[in-house]
Design a protein around this ligand. Structure first.
Ligand SMILES: [Zn+2]
Length: 411
C-alpha cells in the first residue's frame, strides 16, 4: 500500500467511525491532502478516496473501529480541544480591569455580535474585572432603538454568558453629561458650531481648508450652542464640531462632527432632547466616566479611536488601552446579510420570519431556539482568539462544536 492509499484508508476509517459507519469522500480528501500536500492528479485522488470509502462503508462499525485502531492506535483518544489561551492585556491589574461592549440597538444581537461579547467577557473573567453593557442609543433618526431592545439584549447576554451583565449603562440617560463636556470644549476653544451645508463641509474637509465658522469667537460659539440646545435649529441646520488637524492625512479625522440636531422622539427620552451626540463622542465620554481601562473592538473602529484621542488630549484624560480584531467573514449563516442590513424587521412584518427568534435566523435568540449551546458559541470564538488578522468562520464549524458538546453532555 503506498502512502496515499494508507492515508486514504486511515481517514476513511476515522471519518466512518465518527459518523455512524459512513465515511464521506469530501472531508477524507481534505485530510489526505493535509497529510501529503497538494496533488497533481486530483482526479486519481478522488477516485482512490471514493473507492476506499466504499470499501470502508461496507464494513460494520465494529470492524471499522478495530481496523482503525490497528493502523492508528491513538485515533479515538478523546482530545479536548482547548480554547486558545487569551494573550495578556498590558497594564491589566487583577480585579481592576473594566471593559465594555456596545452593540447596535437598532437590530437584534446576531452571531456577529457575539464575538465581542464573549472575548470581552473572557477577559473580564481572566482578570476578575467587569464588562459593562453599554447601550449606544443616541441616534433617534437613522439608528433608532428597536422596540424592546434593552430587555431583549440583557436576556441574550445572560443566556450567552451564563450571568447577568455586571453593569448596564444607557447613553441616552447621559445626554446632560455630554452637553457638559461639549461646553467645556467650547470654553477651551477646541470645538465650534458650524452651519455650513453638509456638502460644503465635506468639500472643505476634503480640501483640508477651514470653514468660515472655525475661527469665530468663543462667545459666538457658546451663543449658538445654547440656541441649538434651546431648539432654535432644525435637522441639518447646524452641528458642533471638534477641532482637530486640517492637515491630517485622513479627511475623516479633520474637524469631526460631535453633535447634530435630531428631533424625532426617542423611546427612552421622548422629545426631551433635540441635540444628540454622535457615537464617537458619547462613547469617548462614557469610556472615561465609566472607568474603562481596556477597549477591545473591531479594527473598523480605528478611525474612531483617533478622533476620540483629540478630545482626551484636550481634556487631559488618559485614553484606555485599545486592541483590535480583524474582520470575520461568516459563511453558511443564512439570513445574516438581512440582519446586518436591517431588512430583518421588514421581513418579519411581511411574515417571512416568525420573529427575531426564528430558528432559521442567526440571531442569538434564533440560535438558542435551534438548540445551539451558549458554550459552543463561546468556544467557537475563543478558538479564534484575538488577532488583527481577518478570519473566516463557518456555520459548519459552530455546528461541529455544538454536536461535540451535546455528545459530551449526554455521556
Ligand atoms: Zn462652517
Amino acid at each position: 500500500m503506498d502512502k496515499l492509499e494508507s492515508l486514504a484508508l486511515k481517514w476513511a476509517l476515522k471519518n466512518a467511525v465518527d459518523h455512524e459507519g459512513k465515511a464521506s469522500a469530501g472531508p477524507v480528501i481534505n485530510k489526505v491532502l493535509g497529510g501529503c500536500g497538494p496533488q497533481k492528479d486530483m482526479k486519481a485522488l478522488g477516485k482512490l478516496v471514493a473507492e476506499t470509502a466504499r470499501k470502508v462503508n461496507s464494513m460494520s462499525v465494529e470492524e471499522q473501529r478495530k481496523q482503525l485502531l490497528s493502523l492508528w492506535p491513538g485515533a479515538l483518544d478523546k482530545k479536548e480541544e482547548k480554547p486558545r489561551e487569551l494573550k495578556e492585556l498590558p497594564s491589566a491589574e487583577h480585579g481592576r480591569v473594566v471593559l465594555r461592549i456596545a452593540p447596535n440597538v437598532n437590530g437584534p444581537l446576531h452571531i456577529g455580535h457575539t464575538r465581542g461579547i464573549i472575548i470581552n467577557d473572557a477577559y473580564a473573567q481572566k482578570y476578575a474585572g467587569k464588562m459593562i453593557l453599554r447601550f449606544d442609543d443616541t441616534d433617534p433618526e437613522t439608528k433608532p432603538p428597536m422596540p424592546g431592545i434593552y430587555e431583549k439584549q440583557v436576556e441574550d447576554f445572560t443566556w450567552l454568558l451564563g450571568h447577568k451583565p455586571q453593569q448596564v449603562s444607557h447613553a441616552s440617560d447621559r445626554i446632560d453629561r455630554y452637553y457638559e463636556v461639549a461646553s467645556q470644549l467650547l470654553s477651551l476653544d477646541h470645538a465650534y458650531t458650524c452651519s455650513c451645508a453638509r456638502e460644503k463641509q465635506q468639500e472643505l474637509r476634503r480640501a483640508g481648508k477651514p470653514c468660515a465658522h472655525r475661527g469665530q469667537a468663543r462667545a459666538e460659539n457658546e451663543r449658538s450652542w445654547r440656541e441649538m440646545l434651546a431648539g432654535k435649529y432644525e435637522k441639518g441646520d447646524i452641528v458642533l464640531k471638534i477641532k482637530t488637524d486640517l492637515s491630517h492625512p485622513n479627511p475623516a479625522i479633520r474637524d469631526w462632527v460631535a453633535f447634530r440636531v435630531a428631533k424625532r422622539a426617542h423611546p427612552r427620552q421622548g422629545t426631551k432632547y433635540c441635540v444628540w451626540p454622535m457615537l464617537d463622542f458619547a462613547s469617548l465620554v462614557d469610556d472615561h466616566d465609566l472607568g474603562v481601562t481596556h477597549i477591545i473592538r473591531g479594527k473598523e473602529h480605528m478611525m474612531g479611536t483617533e478622533r476620540q484621542e483629540y478630545v482626551y488630549r484636550y481634556l487631559g484624560w488618559e485614553y484606555p488601552h485599545v486592541f483590535y480584531w480583524g474582520r470575520v467573514k461568516l459563511s453558511g449563516f443564512d439570513g445574516i446579510d438581512k440582519i446586518s442590513k436591517s431588512l430583518f424587521a421588514k421581513e418579519i412584518a411581511a411574515g417571512k420570519y416568525t420573529g427575531w427568534d426564528d430558528p432559521r435566523l442567526p440571531t442569538v435568540a434564533g440560535l438558542r431556539k435551534q438548540g445551539i449551546l451558549p458554550q459552543a458559541i463561546r468556544e467557537f470564538w475563543l478558538q479564534m482568539g484575538l488577532s488583527e488578522r481577518d478570519v473566516s468562520a463557518s456555520w459548519q464549524a459552530l455546528e461541529a462544536i455544538n454536536e461535540r458538546m451535546n455528545r459530551q453532555k449526554s455521556i
